[in-house]
Write a protein that binds this ligand. Structure first.
Ligand code: GLP
Length: 243
């Protein structure tokens, strides 16, 4: 695992975007695994700039997103489908039919999750997976638990996650209680993994996840076992590693 420390969020975003851009240049038909949340927004802004400058081309790129709230319509501005269109896909030359987000409106969780897992396999797997890090160490929506979940599945969100995500909804009661997420096994099967983390509120979990014991209680800790992980971390989030 390589941890790159940056001065701030903007530098983190530029460095992460450069890593993704390099992947796209080296393999123009890459399958990119994408993430939502505040952490990757700056990275997406940088990718849009690079696309508009003609430095990267999305026309042969395929994307698969990590997760989606269960029961939230795709046109709801808090759905991850909406987020991806709003923050990236609407602004680059991507073929939208090649962008994939689990469909939270399919009520049959087993079917939707099984189909999504099969889709990733059919695509030949993920070349580069971008991840954020939840305060409790979750990746995608893989919450701390007694064991690592292998494949795409339906999860009950933990109170701390509902609390953290309520800022985006009118009230806490509007935050969905369940989500569909790639499993830890799905994420670990990606050829390369890129994690973006920023802010003092993530310092404790950064230290635990990336230097502590590997345990399903801290789902991101499994990334220590992956052969090709780069964490781009701003100084605030990095500070407990140095302490
Ligand atoms: C969300 C998402 C994760 C994301 C995490 C951190 O709940 N499901 O994919 O990485 O929480 O979000 P943020 O980057 O806003 O801190």
């Amino acid at each position: 695992m390589k941890i790159i420390k940056t001065a701030n969020y903007d530098e983190m975003s530029r460095k992460a975007a450069n890593i993704i851009a390099a992947q796209m240049i080296l393999k123009p038909n890459s399958v990119l695994g994408l993430a939502t949340g505040s952490s990757p927004v700056g990275t997406y802004k940088e990718l849009i700039k690079k696309n508009q400058a003609g430095d990267i081309d999305f026309s042969d790129i395929t994307t698969v997103n990590l997760d989606e709230y269960r029961g939230l319509p795709r046109d709801n501005d808090q759905s991850y489908y909406y987020f991806m269109n709003d923050n990236l896909f609407n602004h680059v030359n991507i073929d939208k039919s090649r962008t994939h987000v689990p469909n939270g409106m399919v009520a049959d969780a087993e079917k939707e999750c099984g189909d999504y897992e099969a889709l990733i396999k059919e695509l030949g797997g993920v070349d580069l997976q971008l991840l954020g890090l939840g305060h409790n160490g979750h990746i995608g929506f893989n919450e701390p638990s007694a064991e690592f979940d292998k494949v795409t599945h339906c999860v009950d969100l933990q109170e701390s996650t509902i609390e953290a995500n309520k800022r985006f909804f009118a009230s806490i009661d509007d935050v969905p209680r369940q989500a569909y997420t790639m499993g830890i096994g799905t994420i670990m099967a990606a050829k390369k993994i890129l994690v973006v983390v920023s802010g003092a509120d993530k310092a404790e979990i950064v230290k635990k996840a990336f230097t502590g014991p590997v345990t399903p209680n801290v789902p991101a800790s499994i990334l220590q076992m992956h052969p090709d992980v780069t964490v781009v971390c701003d100084a605030e989030a990095y500070k407990m590693i140095e302490a």
